[in-house]
Design a protein around this ligand. Structure first.
Ligand code: TRP
Length: 347
């Protein structure tokens, strides 16, 4: 079977290093692996509107930001279809048909939806559109017959729900849809990069993000303010690694060759960790090293972004062309779906 990727992000802000470590970096590697027949990377504006319906300007203005982040990280429109979700109206139509295959109680049990409802304080007044977004996400994935969905682990319940809908559709109507598989980043630390304040997840609303496009001075300030081990007061004190954000980031980003270039007294991260836990290694030194490591990764990305920012209309045109191609594929799947459901009256 053809291997096809679909994944995407909500355009509610610029992308941060959590997005990068948790998914974006891997997407670029997958894109360049040549293993995939088709790659679709979607800016999920319709999904963003499910909890930002009253702030369309925010969603609109972040479309180009996310596209710039994508392309500056190495997503290449020659190899990957970059498109905007709402442009492909077939997705909305598929969502409506899939709604029959999901029960209310199943949606209520979706852990991601549950957590997000709490986070957004919806409590009892949950917008139906928001509540049903896992169904629309199933449409996103299945419209392209995606086999592989590279995501962070917070999205696993979405993929599970998509698989259930696919099985239900195929057994009720006909074998049209493909069961997708989630693909998580291999590195533990990348899976869930904490915010700079040490809280579980980098999130815009918590103000604890390092954005890919942050000015290096701001990145330095953010790194220097990062949460470490509150018990590590004097340099000589033994330090703890667990819950120590700086070391989690190093786990995610640092390689042996970074030591040669930026901290040659140590051969690798194990040695640095050993010194830290024994005592005698100050936070500032580790933070300066992390800053150097991060900037080595981000500098080429930022340079590319500055280039791309000179012609934003060209970036939007890439999304337009990607959308046209995405629509062709989605329209084919929709026709098969309607045929299987016996609602293809005039074909
Ligand atoms: N839910 C994803 C997020 O919050 C965005 C998304 C929408 C997505 N549709 C998708 C991801 C389909 C993977 C597959 O970032």
């Amino acid at each position: 079977m053809k291997k096809i990727i679909l994944t995407g992000d909500r355009p509610t802000g610029k992308l941060h290093v959590g997005h990068y470590a948790g998914s974006l970096k891997q997407r670029v590697e997958l894109q360049n692996s040549g293993e995939f027949e088709d790659i679709y990377i979607m800016i999920a504006d319709a999904q963003a509107l499910t909890d930002n319906f009253d702030n369309p300007e925010k969603v609109r203005s972040n479309i180009s930001e996310v596209a710039l982040d994508y392309m500056s990280c190495g997503l290449d429109p020659q190899k990957s279809n970059l498109f905007i979700q709402s442009y492909v109206s077939e997705l909305t139509e598929l969502t409506f048909y899939y709604m029959n295959l999901v029960t209310l109680s199943r949606l209520k049990r979706n852990p991601t939806v549950k957590a997000e409802i709490g986070l957004r304080g919806f409590n009892t007044s949950i917008p139906v559109g928001f509540f049903t977004y896992p169904i629309s996400q199933t449409a996103d994935i299945t419209a392209f017959k995606a086999t592989t969905v590279p995501v962070g682990d917070d999205q696993l319940p979405m993929i599970e729900q998509a698989r259930e809908i696919v099985r239900s559709f195929n057994s009720t109507y006909d074998e049209v849809l493909v069961e997708p598989q989630a693909l998580l980043p291999g590195n533990e630390a990348c899976l869930r990069l904490p915010g700079i304040d040490g809280t579980a997840k980098m999130s815009k609303s918590l103000g604890n993000c390092i954005y890919l496009s942050d000015h290096p001075d701001d990145i330095r300030k953010k790194v220097m303010s990062m949460y470490t081990d509150p018990g590590h007061i004097r340099v000589d004190d033994p330090g703890k690694l667990e819950g120590n954000t700086v070391f989690t980031y190093l786990d995610a980003f640092c390689r042996d060759e970074h030591f040669e270039r930026h901290l040659p007294e140590y051969a690798n991260l194990e040695e640095l960790k050993g010194h830290y836990t024994r005592g005698g290694l100050g936070d500032v030194k580790v933070k300066k090293f992390l800053y150097a490591v991060l900037m080595e990764e981000l500098e080429p990305i930022q340079a590319k972004r500055h280039e791309l920012e000179k012609d934003v209309p060209a970036v939007m045109e890439i999304l337009h062309q990607g959308g046209i191609r995405a629509r062709e594929t989605a329209a084919k799947t929709l026709a098969e779906v309607k045929h299987a459901m016996k609602i293809d009256y005039f074909e």
